[in-house]
Design a protein around this ligand. Structure first.
Ligand SMILES: Cc1cc2nc3c(=O)[nH]c(=O)nc-3n(C[C@H](O)[C@H](O)[C@H](O)COP(=O)(O)OP(=O)(O)OC[C@H]3O[C@@H](n4cnc5c(N)ncnc54)[C@H](O)[C@@H]3O)c2cc1C
Ligand code: SF4
Length: 442
């Protein structure tokens, strides 16, 4: 069949009801009855492997027992004690490689306890009630600056506020939540959950949130260190890696994170332009989210191309299968080498890759995919390091996030220990807060 001429991105490829279906909640929440039935499957293991697999070490059997006993709100308190963003983590954690992947019932029957859905049931129950579950300790008179209102910053700020410190969050973007607000796939966090969760976290009191405050712009690390007793950096990775490709300069090449951010902030998805033939380059969660959402907006073909073998993909098997079910074609062991088009992108040339004794190498075998839109999802890097020591593009930290600079801690994606998961960022923000608290009250 001859290739159809490329038209470029167009808005409104699908009717409103189809768009609503494509971006609906990925998992339906459990009813109270379903939650009790799911909780009944837990063996309440000693030294439970699910707990060890959770970066925030939530006491999973304990909270499941509370749900089983019909006390979801007590269960939620247990969860929030370890992870104040337990509501978001219940929605976005790749549980298949964390708690549920480690569950003994997964090993025995290939069917783990539904820990993620149970956690969502508990946290949603408590968050639907009036009032915040924690109160602040007496004020200490110490002031801490937190830079970045993503999962790491919010978690750190909440824990510090609980200990009685006064916290100011300096955030560059107009809304709090970091990638919860601007990055996570729309179908994982529906109904403005990121904004509602951030507002709920602030209910602890003692946290002031200042927007439009960029480190390296409106504020500097030097002044923060002068004016505050401690500083926590949770600035994530705002830079985007480039792809050096041959070929003409053409329209239609985008960065996946920018596209997803625009999609998350778009009030009417029928106004968001999308190509007819979309190519996504990358192998992580961002690549999958970009591809699935491009398909959801109405792209006719979406092809995700990853340069290594399937097993090496950063995205879990669940995410890969989700993409395939939603009509995304996955191609492995191929890397982009050039783009084609006159003014507008019309195709992307790939070369097959092979794992040889010297590692990954091009084989010389090339093919071209027709494309009028291409998204790069090949990793992000640190924006402003503010003079801190870095290694492989991340801030060097030791212990619970201490940097090489006096009074400065860092955590989440921007730190060397970050592994690009919401739950890890939450754990590191919390642990840095405990370390800061210990230092300030020594
Ligand atoms: C598209 C995408 C999808 C993802 N999907 C998942 C998923 O499904 N599940 C999962 O577990 N993880 C997912 N992740 C990873 C997860 O979102 C991150 O690991 C997590 O958000 C890191 O939290 P953080 O607080 O360290 O950084 P961020 O969430 O990036 O927050 C950093 C905050 O700092 C602010 N900031 C940055 N620079 C400055 C500055 N110079 N001055 C002031 N403020 C600044 C930013 O505006 C932002 O609010 C995804 C990531 C992406 C990109
Ligand atoms: S490993 Fe599975 S069965 Fe055991 S406590 Fe955790 S959730 Fe329950």
């Amino acid at each position: 069949m001859p290739a159809q001429p490329q038209t470029g991105p167009v808005a409104g490829r699908l009717p409103a009801d189809t768009l609503a279906r494509n971006f609906a909640d990925l998992h339906s929440p459990l009813s109270a009855h379903e939650a009790r039935v799911a909780a009944d499957r837990c063996y309440f293991c000693h030294d439970a492997p699910c707990v060890t697999a959770c970066p925030t070490e939530i006491d999973i059997p304990l909270f499941i027992r509370e749900i089983q006993a019909g006390r979801p709100e007590t269960a939620a308190r247990e969860i929030f004690e370890a992870n104040i963003l337990g509501g978001m983590c219940a929605r976005v954690c790749p549980t298949e490689v964390l708690c549920e992947g480690a569950c003994v019932r997964e090993a025995a029957e290939g069917k783990p306890v539904q820990i993620g859905l149970l956690q969502r049931h508990a946290t949603d129950s408590l968050m639907a009630r009036q009032g915040h579950p924690f109160t602040r300790a007496a004020r200490t008179g110490k002031r801490v600056a937190v830079v970045g209102a993503g999962p790491a910053g919010l978690s750190c700020a909440h824990r510090l506020a609980r200990h009685g410190h006064d916290v100011v969050i300096f955030e560059g973007a107009p809304k709090p939540g970091g990638l919860n607000e601007y990055g996570i796939a729309a179908y994982k966090s529906v109904d403005e959950f990121a904004a509602r969760e951030a507002a709920w976290i602030m209910e602890i009191g003692g946290i002031e949130l200042r927007h439009g405050q960029w480190l390296g712009g409106e504020i500097t690390l030097e002044t923060l260190r002068d004016e505050y007793d401690a500083v926590f950096l949770g600035i994530g990775l705002s830079g985007v890696n480039a792809l050096g490709l041959d070929g003409p300069k053409v329209e239609g090449m985008h960065d996946a994170v920018t596209f997803i951010s625009a999609l998350r902030q778009c009030e009417d998805l029928s106004t968001l332009p999308i190509g007819r033939d979309v190519v996504v380059i990358g192998g992580g969660m961002t690549a999958i989210d970009c591809a699935v959402q491009a398909k959801g907006l109405g792209a006719e073909t979406v092809t995700l191309v990853y340069r290594r073998a399937r097993e090496r993909m950063g995205a879990s098997r669940f995410e890969q299968d989700l993409a395939a079910q939603r009509g995304v074609r996955l191609i492995f062991e191929a890397a982009p080498v050039a783009v084609e088009g006159e003014g507008r992108l019309s195709g992307v040339v790939f070369e097959r890759m092979g794992e040889g004794s010297e590692g990954l190498a091009p084989t010389g075998d090339r093919f071209t995919l027709p494309a009028d839109q291409m998204f790069r999802a090949v990793g992000q890097r640190l924006g402003d390091a503010s003079g801190l020591k870095t290694v492989r593009g991340k801030v060097v930290t030791q212990g619970s996030g201490r940097t090489d600079m006096d009074k400065v801690w860092a955590g989440g994606d921007c730190g060397v220990g970050g592994d690009d998961l919401t739950v890890t960022a939450v754990a590191q923000g919390r642990d840095a807060a405990e370390d800061i608290h210990g230092t300030l009250t020594d």
